[in-house]
Design a protein around this ligand. Structure first.
Ligand code: RI2
Length: 323
């Protein structure tokens, strides 16, 4: 068995369940994926039977590699893994284990705080009596609406169902929990309803250095329509959604998911030979987005690069790779 194979075997057992749940989208949403990945590293740190520091490190790197490969677009996932692995330090296994558990705990607590902080910023963009339109389900976007409600503003929502997985249903349910009146529409009805909407609020899976917003498929069309109708649109995205590799010219991979999410096998057979494609995300160019709302305040998309440099510098790296 090679070093790499041994490391992979040691590493995957404790995290396999989380990795599977992320890949099948039982666990989904950029921030939720990041928290689950950090927590899986904690589980791995607690459960690994590695008995020397190098074996422990190998096992953590293997766990991170397994988690990393589950979904390619949401940068919060590698950002979470980097955050924890970079803080893994100690001369013995106990100290290493403690450092991983501490870093993971800090990371998850920061996620919650960032969501609350950005929620208050986003809420300031909404006025009493506003109707908002949502796309997909984003905890960061919901935080803005929930904070506006907490501020005493009356908010109504037009919720796009968001084919093919209908995450709009989760948004509708969570908005009802805070008593926001909801109108659910099919995606293709969005433009028709924009004239009655005051603000579009979406989340993000990744934000590129040029201010491009990578979010659930359909966001870019919605943004173009919103601009044409004169409706402001904001992206609510805490800074773990900033994609550090785009600072050095890399592009963001767009996940292609199974065609079974789009069409059943029997319907497909009855149609005849066709191609089916299912991209999960698209890119909204910065000129169609009014603001990116983060826990550090709101930014015009074109200037997000300054925050990205401040937080990540030029460095990203792959601490899960075997040295
Ligand atoms: P939060 C989701 O992706 C949506 O695209 C959503 O806008 C984004 O994650 C951000 O979610 P998917 O996992 O982090 O449903 O704001 O494919 O919860």
């Amino acid at each position: 068995m090679t070093e790499r194979e041994r490391a992979d075997r040691e590493g995957v057992s404790a995290v396999e369940e989380t990795a599977e749940a992320i890949a099948t989208m039982e666990i989904r949403g950029a921030a939720t994926i990041a928290a689950a990945a950090a927590e899986a590293l904690t589980t791995q740190a607690r459960e690994t039977d590695a008995d020397d520091p190098e074996a422990f490190r190998r096992s953590m790197r293997a766990a991170a590699r397994r988690l990393r490969e589950t979904r390619p677009t949401a940068v919060s996932l590698p950002n979470a893994l980097r955050y924890v692995l970079r803080r893994m330090e100690g001369r013995n296994v106990d100290a290493l284990r403690r450092s991983v558990i501490d870093a993971s705990g800090t990371f998850v607590a920061q996620l919650d705080r960032a969501r609350e902080d950005l929620g208050r910023v986003g809420a300031n963009r909404l006025a009493d009596g506003d109707t908002v339109m949502t796309h997909c389900h984003s905890t960061d976007a919901l935080a803005c609406i929930e904070a506006a409600v907490e501020q005493g503003k009356a908010i109504e929502a037009v919720v796009k169902e968001t084919r093919p997985r209908n995450q709009g249903h989760i948004t509708a349910e969570q908005l009802r929990e805070v008593d926001v009146p909801v109108t659910l529409i099919v995606d293709s009805a969005a433009r028709r309803y924009l004239d009655g909407v005051d603000h579009v609020v979406v989340g993000a899976d990744s934000i590129a250095a040029d201010g491009g917003v990578i979010n659930k498929i359909g966001t870019s069309g919605l943004a173009v329509n919103a601009r044409e109708r004169g409706v402001p649109i904001m992206t609510a995205a805490q800074t773990i959604k900033l994609h550090p590799e785009t600072l050095t010219g890399h592009t963001v991979a767009i996940e292609m998911r199974s065609e079974s999410e789009v069409i059943t096998e029997s319907t497909r057979e009855s149609i005849g030979p066709i191609n089916v494609e299912n991209p999960a995300f698209d890119v909204t160019p910065p000129r169609y987005m009014d603001a990116i709302v983060t826990e550090h305040g709101q930014f015009p998309p074109e200037s997000i690069v300054t925050l990205m440099r401040e937080l990540f510098g030029e460095g990203h790296g792959e601490p899960w790779a075997e040295p």
